[in-house]
Design a protein around this ligand. Structure first.
Ligand SMILES: Nc1nc2c(c(=O)[nH]1)N[C@H]1C(S)=C(S)[C@@H](COP(=O)(O)O)O[C@H]1N2
Ligand SMILES: [Mo]
Length: 393
């Protein structure tokens, strides 16, 4: 009886719908076997940066200002390639684990998929992200200032499981991870990270990795600089020392004002940016309620607090953090704002669970100078004008 009533109710609604003046002019939609987004959203795209002097070398940025929540759609994940995207047959691809192990092992994709898997949400950020801000060129949009940053739900096997299966020897201190791209990019990873939370992943946002993200297999080092998450992973060489040769490029270095260099500065610093309202956007409809929303992240673990200022950093209020706050993941923050319709300068600053507060650009320049273009994470500000336009300052 109840079923019949609700069925009749639904039928009435459907009839009303088709009669309503809001009924769509085209009811029939083609059912694409692999979905497409709404035509009106098709202009939201990655932007290729102009570092393409040699073929295959370059990057593209994520349009963070257009995204909701914390997950980057796979098609919009930023890309950074040193030697293009290799074409790999997953049926032939294997991962070799050798060196200081009791038993060298070679895993096929099928072998890896038999092992206990985990699914985790983590950001990847290139250590060059924000380099322009440090050099004093304020990015006009969030994509320009922070777009070498994306966040996905990754699925794969903890690296620890593979190393334990191969039987890592006690003297082993490093793992040199190498990819199957033309430059065979390699990075040296400390054993502690390999055993803590490193993943060998084949899944991204519910489906296989995208070719640009390392299909069919990549290393994923949560919170470490992006270059250490080696794509198209096919070799893990367990060693006592980090790699020295050019081929097995060990790490990036950050040159300090005193001429010394910071090496193995793996962990991405605590950072945040307002994505709405942000540079290039316009507040329409005049003064009144506007939610300030953005993203925060840290390689140190969890974000504990995000504060927002609407007066150029003179006073701060706490933003709400969207739950769940995950470790080494983007976190969405939101703060209500009743805009008085006058010029304003809006900013955000994050604090992580270790108590570290995101510094201003001046504080970073003071501490690290401007020689290194890596690991910039200063407070970013946007100017809101009385006409609702939002620009960089
Ligand atoms: N094999 C290989 N792995 C690689 C790279 C590469 O060129 N080759 N680029 C690295 C750099 S510098 C970054 S920032 C990240 C970018 O990952 P994404 O392209 O999936 O965003 O991959 C890293 N892993
Ligand atoms: Mo990078």
């Amino acid at each position: 009886m109840a079923d019949r009533r609700s069925f009749l109710g639904l039928a009435a609604v459907l009839t009303a719908c088709t009669k309503s003046s809001k009924a769509p002019s085209v009811v029939e939609q083609s059912m694409a076997p692999y979905g497409e987004r709404a035509a009106a959203e098709a202009s939201i795209l990655r932007t290729a940066t102009e570092r393409t002097a040699s073929v295959g070398v370059g990057s593209s940025t994520t349009p963070l200002q257009e995204l909701h929540g914390v997950i980057t759609p796979s098609a919009l994940h930023f890309e950074r390639h040193h030697a293009g995207i290799p074409k790999i047959d997953p049926a032939k691809h294997t991962l070799l684990v050798h060196g200081l192990v009791a038993q060298p092992m070679e895993f096929s994709l099928d072998d890896l998929k038999r092992l206990p898997a985990v699914t985790r949400t983590h950001f990847i950020e290139c250590s060059g992200n924000g380099g322009g801000e440090l050099r004093g060129v304020a990015g006009a949009t969030v994509e320009k200032s922070h777009g070498l940053l994306s966040c996905s739900e990754w699925t794969g096997v903890p690296l620890k499981v593979l190393l334990e299966q191969a039987g890592v020897k006690p003297e082993a201190k490093w793992v040199i991870a190498e990819g199957a791209d033309a430059c065979r990019m390699a990075r040296s990873i400390p054993m502690a990270k390999c055993m803590e939370d490193a993943l060998v992943v084949y899944g991204q946002n519910g489906e296989a990795l995208r070719p640009g993200q390392g299909y069919p297999l990549r290393l994923l080092l949560p919170g470490f600089e992006g270059n250490s998450s080696v794509k198209w992973l096919d070799r893990l060489h367990v060693t006592q020392e980090p790699a020295q040769s050019n081929q097995e490029t060990a790490h990036y270095t950050d040159l300090l004002p005193n001429g010394k260099a910071r090496q193995f500065s793996f962990v991405m610093d605590t950072n945040s940016v307002i994505t709405r309202p942000s540079g290039g956007q316009k507040i329409t409809g005049g003064a009144g309620f506007v939610e300030i929303s953005g993203i925060a992240w840290t390689g140190n673990g969890k974000i504990k607090r995000v504060e927002v200022s609407i007066d150029g950093g003179k006073t701060w209020v706490d933003a709400a953090l969207e739950e769940p706050v995950l470790s080494r993941s983007l976190v969405r923050f939101r703060a209500p704002w009743v805009w008085d319709g006058k010029d304003a300068v809006i900013q955000s600053r994050a604090t992580d669970e270790t108590g570290y507060l995101q510094p201003t650009r001046d504080e970073i320049v003071e501490a690290r100078g401007t020689n290194s273009q890596y690991h910039y994470h200063g407070v970013k500000q946007w100017a809101v004008k009385a006409d609702g336009s939002v620009t960089n300052v």
